[in-house]
Design a protein around this ligand. Structure first.
Ligand code: C6P
Length: 403
């Protein structure tokens, strides 16, 4: 890290001082949810202590302050991915963002094909299965290569004039694969299809510039990028969002309501019905600001180094199977041969190490890999080589117990 040292960054995360089972806590589950810096925690507290009021409703001081903070959070999040604030809809998270697209956009699409891949998280699969059933659409899937990348060899067949939507994970939460979304979005557009990126594991870790990628939609979650839970975003190109019907109906998303019909608010509020998650939104904005202050390049580099360090260490161990390509984002999934991932995870917990074990909401990927699940260590800006060394020691202990 150039701007801030690792020690300075770790000091921003009070939870890292916790002891688990009497041991220094090693948190290696940031792909599930990241820890939160004091700046985010304080911003949420400040809202509730000092200017708690609803947004877009009152013309008194507190409500004006809350509205300004909530709206400027959209600006912060937008600028992180080079979008315009009106193109950033706050949702509950990636899952809701993808459901929003599948309903509001998908409902207009009939008789054609939706192209996904075998490495999708359930939230970029199940909403499309439902849409396909409703609207007579066919699902198709990119296969995967042996090292866990998208198999692009038949892309010309997969994306054709029947393709209506291509929706892909930007970064796999299991394999760490960084997919070439810009190149695939271009081919989708040449075939008049829309391109959607599930960037739940992208935006927190790598540079995302929606104009440069030229994606039509991009979904991500606040809680995986230092922000609170229950808040996330959907980026959508303005011209497409303007044409789409709202996802939910009620207060705040309307311009005018008569007894028998209504008109819609401007973007992005047309898609934010009801009292929003105001404190969450404010915290999300502060998280985006924090990431910009550290610099996404610095985050990317830090993770590249730490994941390489971890990969090399795990690779040196006997009876470890690692999944995914060598060039990967900041996570490693693996299995210790003959030992269930849940056992690995619960024994590591005794040493204060938090990793996730299971199918990671990617059951079709697990089926493709021929496994029930695996263990996953995922890294973020606050992890260091000491964390990896502790993990490796913990894994040796797991192997010793199961010998
Ligand atoms: N993956 C994991 O441990 P939500 O839950 O809506 O914030 O994000 C859903 C989601 C969508 N796409 C990808 C690629 C994801 O990784 C996730 C969340 C977590 O891997 C929880 S299952």
């Amino acid at each position: 890290m150039k701007l801030l040292s690792m020690n300075e960054i770790r000091e921003d995360f009070p939870i890292l001082n916790r002891k688990i089972n009497g041991k220094r806590m090693v948190y290696l589950d940031s792909a599930a949810t990241s820890q939160k810096p004091v700046q985010v925690i304080k911003a949420i507290e400040d809202y509730y202590r000092n200017y708690n009021a609803n947004v877009h409703r009152g013309i008194y001081q507190l409500s004006v302050e809350a509205t300004e903070a909530y709206e400027s959070a959209h600006d912060e999040v937008a600028s992180l991915i080079n979008a315009n604030p009106e193109e950033i809809i706050f949702t509950k998270g990636t899952t809701e963002s993808l459901n929003l697209v599948a309903y509001s956009l998908g409902n207009r699409i009939r008789d054609g094909e939706i192209l996904l891949s075998k490495m999708e998280h359930h939230s970029n699969l199940v909403p499309w299965q439902q849409l396909a059933k409703r609207n007579n659409l066919k699902l198709k899937f990119f296969d995967l290569t042996d090292d866990g990348e998208l198999d692009l060899s038949n892309i010309d067949e997969l994306i054709n004039k029947n393709t209506k939507i291509v929706s892909l994970t930007h970064v796999s939460n299991v394999l760490g694969t960084i997919n070439p979304v810009k190149e695939i979005a271009k081919i989708a557009h040449e075939n008049n299809a829309l391109f959607i990126a599930d960037s739940a594991q992208g935006v927190p870790h790598i540079e995302v510039n929606v104009k440069n990628l030229d994606v039509d939609f991009l979904a991500f979650s606040g809680h995986k990028m230092l922000g609170p839970t229950g808040i996330g975003a959907l980026y959508g190109k303005k011209e497409i969002l303007e044409e789409m019907d709202p996802f939910m109906f009620g207060g705040d998303m309307i311009r005018e309501v008569k007894l028998n019909e209504s008109t819609w608010n401007t973007l992005p509020w047309k898609f934010e019905a009801g009292t929003p998650n105001i404190s969450g939104g404010i915290g999300f904005g502060v998280a985006a600001k924090y990431i910009k202050r550290i610099g996404i390049d610095n985050i990317e580099n830090h993770e590249k180094n730490i994941v390489k360090y971890a990969y090399d260490k795990l690779n040196e161990m006997d009876n470890v199977e690692i999944y995914g390509p060598e060039k990967r984002s900041g996570l490693i999934s693996f299995n210790l041969k003959g030992i269930h991932a849940h056992d690995v995870s619960s024994i590591l917990d005794e040493s204060g190490i938090a990793i996730r074990g299971g199918h990671h909401c990617c059951m079709p990927l697990m089926e493709h890999l021929g496994i029930a699940g695996n263990a996953r260590a995922s890294f973020y800006i606050y992890n260091n080589e000491e964390d990896v060394d502790t993990l490796v020691k913990g894994l040796e202990e797991v192997k010793r117990i199961f010998k």
